[in-house]
Design a protein around this ligand. Sequence first.
Ligand SMILES: Nc1nc2c(ncn2[C@@H]2O[C@H](COP(=O)(O)OP(=O)(O)O)[C@@H](O)[C@H]2O)c(=O)[nH]1
Ligand SMILES: [Mg+2]
Length: 239
Amino acid sequence: MIQILVPIYNEGENVLRVYEDLIAADVSFDTLRFVYDLDTDTSLPYLEKLHAEDSRAIADKNEFGRGVVNALRWGFSRSSDGPVIVVMGDSSDKLSVINEMIALWKDGATVVSPSRYMPGGKQHGGPPLKSAMSRIAGKILGFLGFPTSDATNNFKLYDGAWLREQTIESQGGFEIALELCYKAYSDGKIIKQLPTEWWDRTEGESNFKLWSWLPHYLSWYLRILKAITTRAFSGGALR
Ligand SMILES: Nc1nc2c(ncn2[C@@H]2O[C@H](COP(=O)(O)OP(=O)(O)O)[C@@H](O)[C@H]2O)c(=O)[nH]1
Ligand SMILES: [Mg+2]
């Protein structure tokens, strides 16, 4: 069962673009779950229309409390076995790589991480400070031997059965991608990457809270650094 999961917060008509991009990229999926927080969300009228046309697309209310971590936890808890692909609702991701992500999952990857920072990857626009921090942080991990140079990208595929075994500890926001990369890596699971592109939103507003989420990002980042070091000294990286 191939599941696409999209957290949304007042994305309005943008949700239709996500659907159109998936169809244009010929992505084969069984469910397209848009997880929203509030009954007043501006995407809901569009999602109702979309569901009438294609019953795979559903609007699912997050009952775990407001915020993107809760929306993702909600979506994960409702997932079945098979790949769960998290996609942003503001059309920032290159959805045409999804079929290749699914192929890597079929080959045994627990996490598939599209990377903007590996050869062939690109980032278009975005706040300069946030982009630079993400790029530098990601590339350092890649340089040190971590299997992806873009751990902070939330556009990712996770194995559904593995996901349901995880207790999500993230509390801030999008550091959840780092947390899950850390957990897969320290669990000895396979993480694969492939190049992707990212475009900053042209409609609506970003809900990214750089300064309040930064300490949460740092805490998972340091755990990853420690795990890489431990593996290197135990011989894993030297084999
Ligand atoms: N359910 C839910 N989704 C959110 C929330 N904040 C952001 N999102 C969604 O997460 C995705 C990325 O958010 P965005 O604000 O564009 O972050 P940025 O691209 O990192 O600036 C979009 O699909 C948003 O609609 C939230 O509080 N709740
Ligand atoms: Mg965005």
